[in-house]
Design a protein around this ligand. Structure first.
Ligand SMILES: C[S@@+](CC[C@H](N)C(=O)[O-])C[C@H]1O[C@@H](n2cnc3c(N)ncnc32)[C@H](O)[C@@H]1O
Length: 248
């Protein structure tokens, strides 16, 4: 569905049908997806400029433009994790001859499947800062407690100075009934449901982290480059997020 929002070609009829239902309900769904990718680029460039050279991208999605390893500073070590076999196959094909980047199967909700994976531990040095990326994934974890548990497990696995990047859908102008309809559409797909969260809820995921300015904001406003073209804002649902750095 996300590939379809982004204008990709790696999607099935069932994905397109569900994505069209979401677009009928949330006409700015495509802008949300595009804004999210722009944020990914801004956040990874910002972290690269501050010296971060290791990235653990959880729920990486199908490769598209400006994937983490293409934006990060040269020589950065990147681990792409997903639990969808189709995503893994595409990512492996793209990265087959890139020694700085690996693809690993893992489940955000079972952090040990990622953190105890010998290939992940061989590729990343956990005695040095590792940026953990959770972009457009936590809203698929409908239980607040489970989402918080997953975030905490990764916080506890990295050293102080390690960044956390989160993006997350928020209800914006949608009514409660529209939010429920959206959840029902996603419930019928592999995603299993979707839950928008508020700025305060997303901020709570950053417990133990110092937020990088401007904190948790609509992604379009996160350290916007004045030369960048503005993405249209047509109202509707929104996408928010932030970058934090683990405190000592
Ligand atoms: C909307 S895409 C986001 C892709 C990318 N992170 C981005 O922001 O552009 C969400 C991805 O998360 C993956 N995903 C969902 N639940 C997951 C879980 N529990 N563990 C690992 N990956 C998961 C899906 O397979 C999908 O590829």
């Amino acid at each position: 569905m996300y590939d379809y929002y982004l204008g990709g070609k790696d999607n099935f009829a069932a994905d397109r049908e569900a994505a069209r239902k979401i677009i009928a309900l949330v006409p700015n769904a495509r802008e949300i997806a595009r804004t999210n990718r722009v944020f990914l680029g801004r956040a990874v460039r910002h972290l690269s400029a501050s010296g971060i050279r290791q990235f653990l991208d959880i729920g990486t999605g199908l490769p598209t433009q400006e994937n983490v390893h293409q934006v990060a500073a040269e020589g950065s070590r990147v681990v792409y994790v997903d639990n969808d076999p189709i995503v893994l196959t595409h990512a492996q094909a793209l990265l087959a001859d890139n020694p700085d980047t690996i693809v690993a199967e893992g489940d955000l909700l079972r952090p040990e499947t990622i953190l105890d994976n010998p290939a992940v531990r061989a590729h990343l040095d956990f005695s040095q800062p590792v940026a953990v990326l959770m972009l457009a994934i936590l809203h698929f974890v409908t239980s607040d407690a489970e989402a918080a548990r997953a975030v905490t497990a990764f916080r506890d696995a990295v050293v102080p100075g390690s960044p956390l990047v989160i993006s997350h859908v928020t209800a914006g102008d949608l009514s409660e009934s529209e939010v429920r309809q959206g959840d029902q559409i996603y419930r019928a797909t592999q995603a299993g449901g979707i839950v928008p969260r508020t700025v305060a809820q997303v901020r709570s995921f950053f417990e133990g982290y110092d937020l990088v300015e401007p904190g948790v904001v609509p992604l379009a406003d996160w350290r916007r480059d004045p030369d960048e073209i503005d993405l249209p804002d047509r109202g509707g649902a929104g996408i928010i997020g932030a970058v934090g750095v683990k405190r000592p």
